[in-house]
Design a protein around this ligand. Structure first.
Ligand code: CDP
Ligand code: MG
Length: 833
């Protein structure tokens, strides 16, 4: 109580300033309300020069001259020797045969749907056909084509490819834009960007003025952003009759999209692929049996020693595989299949077999099969890494110098990327371990063998418990077909499905759209800031609308954090949050950091949470890496503070030119730290434009105060809270929704025998068998009382009522008394002032 007393004035100041910003009754004159900020426009690279030009009387001449110039450049290239060669290559793609039909359909219709096998030339060719025909018609300067990609890496690599095909550098007529990065010039007429970037552009200009064509790629993936974009575009089209929309999809569910847009015509690009033979688990087991006896013969030719050691283990592995597979085969046949829950499939689990099966198949291919690259589909980055380690010197793969093992995933660097696309040298077996990203968005041409584990990591969302999950889930039939197809690009291929045929038969036709399996908070905030009306009404017009309970949870969350008022209107805070390129809770932390003049540390923490974890945890050096991270925590019980210290240490080391060594010593990724740094700069500009900070010095007067940093983290992450009970040798944690929960082993709090605080606030919880918390910070009662939840909602009383629910649940009713006393003191102080 005396501690509370001494801090009450301090808390009061904080409380008042929080109320000033977030509170109702405090009018908008505190903050500028416009959601359009100049630096957002510049950051996103969307300063359109065309529109104002077009309206001026001199415009016509300028635009004509520019268009003729573009046409000359294009013609020069096409007539050059290199250009001719490139043209020839492009003409060999299946899309070329449909070029006229495609351009015709686009000119006659506002919306068309294009489908075709992966690699037929949709992404690289179709946007180019449009650009070329506009330039040829001397309309080059007037057109502006935007092509969206679900992934950063494809937006960047496709733009690079298209620029090369046009004999230009990036930023001439072709550019790209992804979050934090982009190359786009004054003359860029074809822009590849992530879907998120186009959505943010819509925030600035809801009618997409100046844009002539929007191409939405990979719609079959049914990502949340893509589904959302389609609803917005559907509403926009009648208002922009001259705007063209082209939807592109790899698999053949084109009718769904066509009917969503009132029967838009669909064009299919017939592709040519070689036949691919499928093996299911049944066949594969026969093959491994076959292999075992063949290897016995190899022994006789001088490899006896090596083989004797291996024989025992291979035999053991084989019997494990066989019995697990038999169990699974039996079980999979027995039950009914419910595509929604995929229940019957849970009994067949390739994880229980581990990597043995994949190893065996790879050995079989390396030893027995003809030359050709191998593409292995696995569930995630961790699996890929550990299998890669395991295979690196695997005796059964044969001569290690003849095997090129590569990993392919969303955040690989560009040198690794090049190796994947390069045709491997003669006599070298290229094996690419990939996530499902290699299914459609990139094409590796020389693949002859595909190994398909049948699963992919899928985010899902348990609306009843309000918990996101990230679990390996069975893929759909469409995905399995797609994976198989990767083997037949250059010659007949083979595909090894590591699951029984009966399991394949039980797969859903298509994957559940992301909109139906993820939390909707950011999306709902966007709907509100785009003024698209009632959230539930808007979402009900989606291709496949989400469940009402998910929508309700998201709206309720936005109300709790104070982004929406009780009538579902955007609050001042909500409007500010919608322009920040981060999740609402992280945006709230940024705003509070600015208001409490504690900006620098909060910008670092938020950037770290929204980029990715800079702490590396190499599979084989996990212990060392964990203790390196723990050094940054020094009994703070906070992953967020550890991140902050690691970042600040890196900045200091950078100033002494020893950043690289610092990262190496502390298991940190310098690439990630640099990304965090550049996101921090963007935050600063956005907050300055939003009128939330004046100058760097003033907004950091409280930056040294760790209590305050903790308080702001708590305010952002609430209601992500769990209670801490210290047992004799362990700590038990509990959340209101899930009961007992665990910490990821790389959290600094998981290393501690006790946590001397009553609460942990956490950024994210994920259900993987048990519920795990990622990145947590310990907080005290008083911090939770003052900063948990939003004061703006129903004032202090409403705040108390809501917190009371939590306190009661965690059986800490005494705290409510403390809170009341504190509140009384605060009220008195407020009256005195
Ligand atoms: O989009 P879609 O899957 O229909 O095909 P695409 O991405 O346009 O690729 C067409 C062809 O260009 C494929 O044969 C790719 O291998 C090739 N390509 C390439 O060589 N380099 C790239 N960076 C992208 C595509
Ligand atoms: Mg494509």
């Amino acid at each position: 109580s005396s501690e509370l007393h001494s801090r009450v004035d301090y808390h009061l100041k904080l409380y008042l300033s929080q109320k000033t910003v977030l509170g109702d009754g405090y009018p908008n004159n505190v903050l500028p309300t416009s959601s359009t900020s100049s630096s957002l426009v510049i950051e996103e690279g969307f300063h359109e020069q065309i529109e104002p030009l077009r309206q001026s009387p001199v415009a016509e001449g300028i635009l004509r001259r520019k268009s003729l110039q573009l046409r000359n450049i294009q013609q020069d290239w096409q007539e050059s020797e290199e250009g001719q060669k490139m043209q020839e290559l492009r003409r060999s793609l299946p899309a070329y045969k449909e070029k006229e039909a495609l351009l015709n359909a686009i000119s006659r219709n506002q919306v068309i749907v294009v489908s075709g096998e992966t690699g037929c030339g949709k992404t690289t060719q179709l946007p180019q056909y449009i650009l070329e025909s506009e330039i040829d018609a001397a309309r080059g300067a007037l057109c502006s084509i935007i092509c969206t990609q679900p992934r950063r890496i494809s937006a960047m690599s496709v733009a690079e490819r298209v620029a090369a095909e046009r004999g230009e550098k990036l930023g001439d007529s072709v550019g790209y834009k992804v979050r934090l990065e982009g190359i786009k010039g004054r003359d860029t007429r074809l822009l590849f960007c992530t879907t998120g970037i186009l959505l943010r552009r819509l925030l600035l200009d809801r009618s997409l003025r100046g844009v002539t064509h929007v191409i939405v790629d990979e719609i079959h993936e049914r990502g949340m952003n893509e589904d959302f974009l389609l609803i917005v575009l559907k509403e926009l089209l009648p208002r922009r009759p001259e705007l063209k929309l082209i939807l592109m999809s790899a698999t053949l569910n084109a009718e769904l999209f066509s009917s969503y847009f009132g029967g838009a015509p669909t064009i299919h690009i017939p592709g040519f692929t070689y036949p691919v033979r499928s093996y299911f688990l049944e066949n594969i087991l026969d093959m491994t049996g076959y292999r075992l006896s063949t290897y016995n013969q190899i022994d006789n030719y001088g490899q006896e020693k090596m083989w004797k050691m291996q024989k025992q283990t291979v035999r053991k592995k084989k019997s494990q595989i066989a019995s697990a597979a038999e169990d699974a085969l039996e079980a999979a046949d027995l039950r009914d299949f419910n595509p929604r829950t995929r229940d019957s499939l849970s009994c067949w689990n390739p994880d229980s077999i581990g990597f043995n099966l994949i190893e065996n198949v790879l050995c079989h291919i390396c030893r027995k099969e003809r030359p050709g690259a191998v593409l292995v589909f696995m569930t995630g980055w961790d699996d890929i890494n550990s299998l890669k380690d395991q295979l690196q010197s695997h005796p059964l793969l044969g001569d290690p110098t003849k095997v090129l093992l590569l990993a392919c995933h969303g955040s690989m660097d560009s040198s690794e990327q090049k190796l994947i696309f390069n045709r491997s040298e003669d006599g070298i077996r290229k094996i690419v371990l990939a996530t499902n990203m290699a299914e459609t968005s990139i094409t590796i041409n020389d693949v002859v063998f595909v190994v398909d584990c049948g699963k992919a990591k899928e985010t899902s969302y348990d609306a009843l418990n309000n918990t996101p999950c990230l679990l390996p889930a069975w893929i759909s039939k469409a995905s399995a077909r797609q994976r198989r197809g990767r083997a037949g690009r250059v010659q007949p291929g083979e595909c090894y499905h590591l699951y029984p045929k009966s399991v394949y038969d039980a797969f859903a036709e298509y994957q559940l759209p992301e909109l139906l399996r993820t939390p909707l908070q950011s999306l709902c905030l966007q709907i509100k800031s785009l003024q698209l009306g009632s959230i539930s009404e808007f979402l009900s017009s989606a291709l496949q609308p989400p469940e009402p309970l998910s929508v309700q949870n998201a709206v309720e969350y936005l109300k709790i954090i104070g982004a929406l008022d009780d009538n579902e209107n955007l609050t001042v805070l909500g409007r500010k949050l919608s322009v920040l390129p981060v999740e609402p809770k992280l945006g709230k932390m940024l705003i509070l950091g600015a208001i409490f003049n504690c900006l620098d540390p909060i910008m670092t923490i938020v950037a770290g949470l929204s980029v990715r974890d800079p702490f590396l945890m190499p599979f084989d050096k996990k212990d060392l890496a964990e203790s390196a991270k723990a050094q940054f925590s020094s009994r703070d019980n906070s992953d967020h503070l550890a991140l902050l210290r690691a970042f600040d240490g890196w900045k200091a080391a950078e100033r002494q030119q020893s950043g690289h060594e610092y990262c190496w010593r502390n298991f940190l990724s310098s690439q990630t730290l640099r990304a965090i740094d550049s996101l921090r700069k963007q935050f600063y500009h956005l907050l300055r434009d939003g009128g939330l900070v004046d100058n760097m010095e003033k907004c950091n007067t409280w930056s040294h105060d760790e209590h305050l940093i903790r308080a702001i983290i708590c305010s952002g992450l609430f209601p992500g809270i769990c209670s801490v009970v210290n047992k004799e040798k362990s700590v038990s944690l509990k959340t209101m929704e899930d009961g007992p929960v665990l910490l990821y082993s790389n959290s600094v709090n998981s290393q501690e025998p006790t946590i001397p605080y009553p609460w942990l606030v956490f950024n994210e919880k994920v259900k993987v068998n048990s519920v795990f918390l990622r990145d947590s910070t310990a907080v005290s009662d008083s911090v939770l009382l003052l900063f948990g939840g939003s004061v703006s909602r129903g004032g202090l009383d409403g705040h108390l009522k809501m917190l009371g629910g939590y306190l009661e649940f965690f059986m800490k009713p005494g705290l409510a008394g403390t809170y009341l006393a504190l509140k009384r003191e605060l009220d008195e102080l407020i009256q005195m002032k």
